[in-house]
Every structure is written in structure tokens, then in C-alpha cells.
Design a protein around this ligand. Structure first.
Ligand SMILES: [Zn+2]
Length: 594
């Protein structure tokens, strides 16, 4: 007989967690998660049983839900007249409902990956009223997270916050170069979808060993054909046949994709063939030609997978010649990933600064998709990682991202009919120095209309406890100062902010001080650049370049598993070239300089 607990329904204590006789491994895992956190939060020991529910239990189950097109991955917690049903409408939702319950009924929060970032208040007892029912769901259908580290803690954290798709099978390296059955199984074990491989044309283009016999297969650049391991002469039907054969063989070896992300190789050298025949069509036209042929192969080998087409770099403009998607795009996903030059300090739809041009591009694609009768899905990968740089956002506003802008963007994309969201390295920057912005962003994907002030108060109280007000005031002041026009006085004010944290000790506060140091470095770099003071610039640059190493231990602990990427990119945008010329700000962004 299981022991009594302090959770009551209809005056009876709940004592067991019941799953169906034939419940899946994922449901069994969900039950063990429920058991684990009930133990942590309430010190109650629950037994997990297989069978049919009886009064006095939690019944964890997948069931069909009434038709409703507004929310995805729906769950409910419901009094079934003596037992509490925790139900999800699909396999992963059976895991979501456990976390929905822990968050809603026990006030537990999962702010970042790993136990150290979980907030578990002590609950003495819990009583549910008769006929209790609470429902949950996510607004966007695709909620994607990039796999940087392949850490089980990260995957678990993602699913705890209603992420349902993971980009990259294995730790991301030039696409899913580390993909394997084992890595795919790890992701699938959390009920998450595997999206990839990403930049992987090296596996599909003709092998360079064919060059001597068939130089015509290879891309022409500056009048000369040469293998580049990235593209090929796609106007040649033989090349496209080889491409399909290689793709089929790749899919045979790697058959675990839920979303097959068909991305060309990434920078620096992604050039397409410049031969006279290839030059007759735009890059996007060749990309769509290849995509349509590849989609046919993928549909044959992996009939349940979605096929992803990416709007990125060379394919930022819609096709001009090809006016059709394979099967009208029925099983396709178009991913808009064009925001590298976005000004992220004003809402996208206001079309200010660099956003104007990007909005035009986005609108052109949306019209193209409408005009060709595209029936597939769409998502957007946002670039909150690059916006600190002067060419991509107002100079000097280092490292501070306005959450209100993110919310307005998300609401705009929702109205515009997008189906999903993701990011690449946005996560590593947003998660620093506290998990607040990152965690809030993920929450907005599930509910774009959240009240951010309420959410922020909740975060500060749970994460900083008695120091919530002090830290809240510091962050507010920091944002104000970062958003103020650069000047000597502005720099002095920024440097003085650390005093607000005097007396606070512990890693959660140390990382804020380390973050402030980075903000100061970045502002100084911009100021020296604007003042034409190269000597100062070089001196700040030295300190900037050793920053990660100087703070390695704390950064590894507090920003893992979001290791910083592209840290040095800022130095490609501002500063001086080795020959002494000053770098130029990208045209069109000068007006945004503070
Ligand atoms: Zn060619």
C-alpha cells in the first residue's frame, strides 16, 4: 500500500502515478519526471504503476483532444472524479503536461539547463477543487532550439519549456557533421523532432575525383572550372542526377530526420556556377530547382519528414523563373533566415533603418509563396546574436536586447501566419548574464501575449530571491545607460553601475559583474572608433580579445550550455585594417549610429 501524501483530490490523498499497460518509453519517462519533482518539491514518494486509473492517482496519458486550430501540443490537468488526469494530445505533450503541472501547480521554473538553474519552491500541501480543469497549449507549431552541445541537460531544459524541434543531430559543427543514430535517438528520447542536417551539400555534389574526367560537372568561377566541395554546375542534368543519387545514399545512411533541412554550404565560399548556362537563372532559381528534385527523393525515402527550404544569403530574393514547389510545397517548410543586417532595436514591421530593405525582401517572398499556391509551412530564424554591432544595429547599444521588440515581432509574425520560430546563436547571447531574456523569449513562442512585466517580476523573485529588487533596478539602469548616446559621461555612468551590486556575493552576481565588464569593453571600442582614436581602439581590442579567457571558469559554468559564438565578429565591423584604413560602416546604417 502506497503511503499517504499531501496532495488531495475529493478529500482523498493521491498516492500513485498510473500509466497505461502499453504506455511508451516517453510516457514512462514523463512519469519518472513527475515522481522526481514531486519528491523534490513536496518530499512525497509516489509509486509508478501500469494499468487502469483508480481514485487516488495521477493518470498520465495520451488521448485525443477536441478539434481546435488555435493551439498546438495541447494538454490538460483534469479531475476525473477521484483521480487527476494529466493528458497530452500527442506523445511529446504527455511529457509537456508534467512540466505544465509542475509550473502551474507547484510554481517550479526551469530557467536554464541543469539543476542549478531550476527553481523549486517547497510546497507543504496541495488540494484540488472538485471538477478542477486547467488547459495548456502553444501558439506556434514549430518551436526550435539549436543543438550546440548535445548535452542531455539542454535537451531536457528545452522540452521543459515546450520546445519541440532540435536543429542539429549531435553538437552543431558545420551543420550536422556529427549526426548519428545514437544522437538522433538521444533527441527522440525526449519526444523532440530532429531537424537537420543543415549545411550539407558537400555530401551531395559530384566528388572532386571526377574532375579530370568531367570538369564540366564543376562550378565555374572567373572563367575557370574548379571543385569547391560546395556547389556544382547545376544546369548540367548529369550533375543533378549525381546529386540525387548521393542524396539518396546519404538518406539511406542517415534516415532519422523529421525535418530535412536542405541548406547549401555556409560562408565563406558558397559561390554557384558562373557558366553561361547557369548564369541564365538566379541563384534562388537553381536552389529551388535542386530543392524540388531533392524533395522528391526525400518524400520517397522519408515520407513522413518535412522538407526545409531556406531563405538565406544567396537565396534571399525570390525565384524569377521557377514558379512551382514540389507537390505545391505540401510537406515543405520555408525558413526565413535573412535577418543578419536587422536593426533589432525597433520592431520589424515599423521598417526603420536596415529593417526597411529586409521587410521588402520578406514581403516579396510572402507574395511569391501566395502567388505560386504554396501549401507548406513557414518559420523564421531570428538573429539576436548579431545586433550589438554597429553595422547591424545602433552603435554602442551593446548586448542589450529589448524584449518588447521581440514580443512585437512575434505578434507581427503570428498575424502574418508564420508557423514557427527558431534561432541559431541568439540563445548564447540572450542567456547572458541571466537566463531572463532567453527564457522569456521561449515563453513568448508558446504565448505571444504574455504580460512581460508580470513575467519579469516572477523571474527576478524566483532567481534572485531577496535581492530581486536590487538586481531588477540594476538591469533597468543598465538598459537605460546602454541605450544612451555614447559620450565620456555615458561611459563614466556605465563604469559606475557596478556599485549598485556592492555587497552581493555568489556566482549569479559575479556573472552580472563580468557581463558589465563586457558591456564597458564594447562601448569603449565603439567610442574609440567613433572618435577616430586608433591607439585607444587597439588597447581596448586587446582586452576584448582576452575577455573570454580571463573569465573562462565563470563563463563556462554560467553560460554553459550556450558557449559564445562569433565573439570576434565585432572586430570585422569596426576598427582599422592592417594597412591603416578605417573600416567603413555599412551604407544605410550611418543614421542609426548614436
Ligand atoms: Zn554551370
Amino acid at each position: 500500500m502506497a503511503s499517504e501524501t499531501n496532495i488531495f483530490l475529493r478529500c482523498k490523498s493521491l498516492t500513485t502515478i498510473v500509466i497505461d499497460e502499453n504506455a511508451t518509453e516517453l510516457t514512462a519517462y514523463a512519469a519518472s519526471e513527475l515522481q522526481k519533482y514531486l519528491q523534490k518539491a513536496m518530499n512525497c514518494t509516489f509509486e509508478i504503476k501500469r494499468g487502469t486509473p483508480t481514485p487516488g492517482c495521477f493518470h498520465l496519458v495520451q488521448r485525443s483532444f477536441p478539434e481546435d486550430r488555435k493551439l498546438f501540443d495541447r494538454t490538460w490537468i483534469k479531475d476525473m472524479g477521484g483521480w487527476l488526469e494529466l493528458a497530452g494530445e500527442n506523445p511529446v505533450s504527455v511529457l509537456y503536461v508534467v512540466y505544465d503541472f509542475l509550473k502551474s501547480c507547484l510554481g517550479i521554473r526551469f530557467f536554464a539547463a541543469g539543476e542549478a538553474f531550476e527553481y523549486i519552491p517547497r510546497t507543504i500541501s496541495l488540494s484540488f477543487p472538485d471538477d478542477y480543469k486547467e488547459e495548456f497549449g502553444s501558439t506556434f507549431e514549430i518551436r526550435d532550439f539549436v543543438n550546440r552541445t548535445n548535452s542531455p541537460d539542454v535537451l531536457s531544459f528545452a522540452v521543459k519549456n515546450r520546445i519541440n524541434t532540435i536543429l542539429g543531430c549531435g553538437p552543431w559543427k558545420d551543420g550536422s557533421e556529427n549526426c548519428s543514430y545514437e544522437n538522433a535517438r538521444l533527441i527522440h528520447s525526449y519526444g523532440l523532432k530532429v531537424r537537420g542536417p543543415g549545411h550539407s551539400w558537400k555530401h551531395f555534389v559530384p566528388n572532386s575525383l571526377l574532375f579530370n574526367e568531367h570538369p564540366e560537372y564543376f562550378p565555374m568561377k572567373d572563367g575557370r572550372r574548379q571543385p569547391n566541395g560546395r556547389t556544382a554546375c547545376f544546369s548540367n542534368p548529369d550533375v543533378r542526377r549525381i546529386f540525387r543519387v548521393n542524396l539518396r545514399s546519404y538518406l539511406h545512411d542517415h534516415p532519422y530526420w523529421d525535418i530535412f533541412a536542405f541548406w547549401a554550404e555556409d560562408l565563406p565560399d558558397m559561390h554557384y556556377c558562373q557558366c553561361p548556362e547557369c548564369s541564365k537563372r538566379s541563384t534562388t532559381d537553381w536552389y529551388l530547382t535542386l530543392a524540388n528534385e531533392a524533395a522528391e527523393v526525400v518524400a520517397e525515402v522519408l515520407p513522413n519528414a518535412h522538407f526545409e527550404f531556406i531563405v538565406y544569403q544567396g537565396t534571399n530574393n525570390p525565384p524569377q523563373t521557377i514558379q512551382k514547389f514540389f507537390r505545391d510545397g505540401e510537406n515543405m517548410l520555408v525558413n526565413f533566415c535573412f535577418g543578419q543586417t536587422r536593426d533589432l532595436f525597433t520592431p520589424f514591421a515599423e521598417r526603420k533603418h536596415t529593417n526597411d530593405e529586409l521587410f521588402e525582401l520578406y514581403s516579396n517572398w510572402r507574395s511569391f509563396l501566395r502567388n505560386v499556391g504554396y501549401k507548406g509551412k513557414t518559420m523564421l530564424m531570428e538573429y539576436y546574436n548579431l545586433c550589438e554591432y554597429p553595422n547591424t544595429g545602433p552603435c554602442g547599444r551593446a548586448l542589450m536586447w529589448p524584449l518588447e521588440v521581440m514580443q512585437q515581432d512575434i505578434q507581427f509574425y503570428l498575424r502574418d501566419g508564420l508557423n514557427g520560430f527558431g534561432a541559431f546563436t541568439g540563445f548564447d547571447r540572450l542567456a547572458f548574464p541571466s537566463p531572463w531574456k532567453h527564457w522569456a523569449w521561449m515563453n513568448l513562442w508558446t504565448n505571444p501575449n504574455l504580460d512581460l512585466e508580470t513575467l519579469k517580476t516572477d523571474f527576478l523573485q524566483c532567481y534572485y530571491g531577496d535581492n530581486a529588487q536590487v538586481v531588477g533596478a540594476y538591469f533597468q539602469k543598465l538598459e537605460d545607460v546602454m541605450f544612451t548616446k555614447l559620450s565620456e559621461a555615458n561611459l563614466a555612468e556605465l563604469e559606475g553601475l557596478g556599485a549598485m551590486l556592492n555587497g552581493l556575493s555568489g556566482e549569479r552576481f559575479d556573472i552580472i559583474r563580468v557581463h558589465l565588464r563586457l558591456a564597458i569593453l564594447v562601448k569603449h571600442l565603439h567610442w574609440a572608433f567613433q572618435c577616430d582614436n586608433r591607439a585607444d581602439f587597439e588597447s581596448w581590442k586587446k582586452q576584448y580579445l582576452t575577455y573570454q579567457q580571463d573569465n573562462a571558469t565563470l563563463l563556462a559554468k554560467m553560460t554553459a550550455p550556450f558557449p559564445m559564438l562569433w565573439f570576434d565578429f565585432i572586430l570585422n565591423r569596426i576598427g582599422w585594417l592592417p594597412d591603416g584604413t578605417k573600416r567603413k560602416i555599412r551604407p544605410g546604417t550611418e543614421e542609426t549610429l548614436l
